[in-house]
Write a protein that binds this ligand. Structure first.
Ligand code: ZN
Length: 112
């Protein structure tokens, strides 16, 4: 399952970052999910919550998935959200954003 491996990756990446930063708790993880990944953000959140359940570092952690629209660029100078046909010249535009899943922020609590 595609979403499961994504959710697990997010968990593993965040966990590593939290430990490296001596976190006592992970509070919030914010992720940008490109629309063209065809990933269901709600399912990722659900699976993330299942995976992190037994991890004391993550008891109150929230995963926020923000879907971001695709961004394309064409050799004629067009830049926008059209993914199949450039509205200026009819060529196939190049996709510059929308195919990736990026962790944009991790909020942690550090014990002192
Ligand atoms: Zn064009």
């Amino acid at each position: 399952m595609h979403e499961y491996s994504i959710a697990y990756d997010l968990y593993a990446t965040t966990r590593k970052a939290a430990i490296e930063n001596k976190a006592s708790h992970v509070k919030k993880v914010t992720v940008e999910v490109g629309k063209m990944t065809m990933v269901n953000p709600e399912q990722v959140v659900f699976l993330f919550n299942t995976i992190k359940e037994d991890d004391p570092l993550f008891t109150t952690a929230i995963l926020e998935c923000n879907e971001i629209p695709p961004l394309t660029r064409c050799s004629c100078g067009y830049s926008g959200n059209e993914i199949f046909i450039c509205p200026n010249c009819g060529a196939l535009p190049e996709m510059v954003k929308g195919r990736e899943i990026v962790v944009t922020s991790v909020e942690i609590e550090v014990e002192d």
